[in-house]
Design a protein. Structure first.
Length: 359
């Protein structure tokens, strides 16, 4: 099996594995398909460490906080805390009795970090993401709180997750202007069914150097080959989270692109002797814009199956087939960046030279 490789996280000196282990399933609070036993947790973490994964992704709301607790305990059991990078998040409401237990305010960011440190059993968090923007808190307030936490040694790096492009741009610019820690990474949903970030965030990370971490690479399992989608009946058949429990709600399974991509991956998998999920991961890993891919699994065997994607080097024709099957109409105003419009600006003969930074 090909080994995990390591990339610098944005314009930092921090090295993270190109596969990160998402540990939302660590805990006992979320029911079937989203939980594991403590023994299973320890075993899975051991598989990850043995194969070179040093990047672990959790959040203060995963399994109602148990994800952080169980991750911290599993790392202590293996004396591995100092060898790994822990990323956690804050932003979602954690206490229905407390109106300030969610959001990106200074109060909640600081309080959330204190609680996460206790659950993780560590004196610092390597990477703290804002899990999402709350729609109201000024970016200056959130960044100032994060900067104070960095100065206090409670977090090492700041990140953003699930934010619009303009917010990420504002955060990066304000941080540089104020001399605060610049976001090291942005974590966003990205897979062959959800390619929206290519329009805004691929150019953003290329221009700023902010690292890009993909979550949801298998689209709630839709890309694993376990499901069939009937658009006319609006019915999904198969064995997994999509049919048995809740999902993260980030993919509409009844868009026309879904069966098209599922069929494409199934055909390529049969030709290559691989699984559709492995090809879906290999397609993301081929993107130079992606720093790391966070995979969520519930067993060591599932993790090993995902890691097998590192063995795959898709030829250009396979990449092109997946690109074509997963293509979606370009939304406005990005249509004005297309070659036919830009040729009206630069002239067709100068188009390539005029766009050296186009990803």
């Amino acid at each position: 099996m090909s080994k995990v490789t390591y990339h610098l996280l944005g314009r930092t000196g921090l090295k993270v594995s190109n596969i990160a282990l998402g540990v939302a399933t660590f805990g006992s609070q979320w029911g079937p398909r989203w939980t594991m036993s403590a023994a299973e947790t320890d075993a899975l973490l051991g598989v990850a460490l043995d194969h070179g994964i040093n990047f672990f992704d959790t959040a203060n709301v995963y399994n109602r906080g148990e994800s952080e607790t169980w991750l911290g305990r599993a790392l202590r059991n293996r004396s591995a805390r100092d060898q790994v990078v822990i990323a956690t998040k804050c932003g979602y409401r954690t206490d229905p009795r407390d109106v300030n237990s969610g959001g990106c305010s200074r109060r909640n960011v600081v309080a959330s970090v204190e609680r996460s440190l206790r659950r993780l059993g560590t004196d610092h968090i390597d990477l703290l993401y804002l899990h999402l923007w709350d729609g109201v808190t000024p970016v200056e307030e959130s960044l100032a709180a994060a900067a104070d936490l960095v100065s206090a040694g409670k977090i090492r790096y700041v990140g953003l997750s699930n934010v619009p492009g303009w917010y990420a741009g504002q955060a990066e610019a304000v941080a540089r202007w104020r001399g605060w820690p610049v976001p090291a990474a942005v974590q966003l949903n990205y897979n062959a069914l959800e390619r929206t970030i290519e329009h805004e965030f691929f150019p953003f990370t290329a221009a700023t150097g902010v690292g890009l971490v993909a979550w949801g690479p298998l689209a709630n399992g839709l890309l694993t080959g376990r499901y069939r989608v009937d658009l006319e009946q609006r019915r999904i058949t198969g064995d997994g989270r999509m049919t048995q429990t809740f999902t993260t709600g980030d993919v509409d399974p009844f868009r026309p692109v879904v069966p098209r991509v599922i069929a494409c991956l199934a055909d390529l998998a049969a030709r290559r002797g691989r699984t559709p999920g492995q090809l879906a991961l290999a397609w993301i890993l081929s993107k130079p814009e992606i720093t790391s891919v966070a995979v969520g699994v519930s067993s060591g065997d599932q993790l090993l199956e995902n890691l097998a994607a590192l063995e795959i080097s898709l030829p250009p024709e396979d990449l092109a087939r997946i690109d074509e099957a997963s293509a979606q109409p370009t939304p406005y105003p990005y249509t004005f960046l297309a070659d036919d419009i830009q040729a009206l600006v630069h002239g067709p003969e100068q188009l390539r030279a005029a766009r050296p930074m186009t990803p």
